[in-house]
Design a protein around this ligand. Sequence first.
Ligand code: ADP
Length: 404
Amino acid sequence: MNVLVINAGSSSLKYQLLNVETQTLLAKGICERVGSEEAFHKHGLDKNEQVIDAKMADHDDAMALVLEALTSGPTKAIDSLDEIDAVGHRIVQGGKYFDKSVLIDDEVIERIGELAELAPLHNGAALMGIHACQKHMPDVPMVAVFDTSFFQTLPPKAYMYAIPYELYEKYAIRKYGAHGTSHRYISERAATVLDEPLDDLKLITCHLGNGCSMSAIDHGVAVDTSMGLTPLDGLMMGTRCGAIDPAIVPFIMEHENLNAQEVNDLMNKKSGLLGISGISNDLRSVRDASEQGDERAQLAYDMYSNSVKKYIGQYIAVMGGVDAIVLTAGVGENCEKMRRMIFTGLQPLGIKLDLEKNKGRGGERVISTDDSAVQIVIIPTDEEYMIARDTYEIVHERIDEPLI
Ligand code: ADP
């Protein structure tokens, strides 16, 4: 079964076409700056990637270009649209309604629209992606996979904020988390790599990319996570500040004369590694600058590792221990130095990084010492595969065919 995975952003449309049975990636690409004069379309697998300048007024146009690139010309991956059996959409906010992936129907579309109040940019974009697919492939079943659903198992003591309860009732303000598909995937894979049932493990999962989040997964059940009502909370990130004293917000608004949108932009786009270093949101550039003696870059680097370290401590306390710490995404998978800084000093907690294994590269691997009580595991994340797998399972269930 071929599943087209769609990840629609406000001005972008990312996609992958996967054969789920053979776990083969058939094609992938991205339409960027949709709606602007500089719009372009990148399509193809790594070496054969082509960049095509193309006019795209909206997501509808982008989808038409994607489907054309998939079925014709030098970029062709399939003979016709009939070979797309289902579409899986990544949706950022599923609110309290969706604790798992679902087949998309009118009611689901309505709910996703309703939840746009909690994630205006993201859910609105996802709806554009859904409508574009409906237009171009009206008979193909579609599935919604939510970033938040994995965290619907959090207990109220973890998801409530200590603000007046009425605000929770009125606006559904609570922690929803994000990156759930990634945390779900890496926890499942880590259990396989460790050769233990997921139900027997206490895991701390760390998605450390441009966006960063961590979660505590107790016997397969998510019990806490660092992102909150929005993906701004928790760890220090590339351009996001993560958790700060909330009183800083009105202080900045007053003293810098900023409105709500402006202060929101400051915390989302001008903070984190970029805000502290003044150099970049990219950890590689910050690391290079710190190695050349830049003090603010060094400070940014130290703050980033400290932020991860503190959540490790929190989640050990929340679960009463930990069996393995799982790392993923750009920084978690690739940055030897950041991993070393995160785990330095955690030996008294039974967490021992093997410095030699930590230097290794590529793929799923254990990087703790043989005598470490807590295992440290790297799992390259694959959210698209997870979306395709959920889509496959739900569509199969619907047509009542046995799973492979
Ligand atoms: P996104 O959240 O945008 O998907 P990624 O998972 O691609 O982000 O992670 C991007 C981050 O990973 C950047 O800060 C980048 O510097 C960092 N990164 C990627 N490769 C390396 C590397 N080899 N060493 C250090 N950091 C890396």
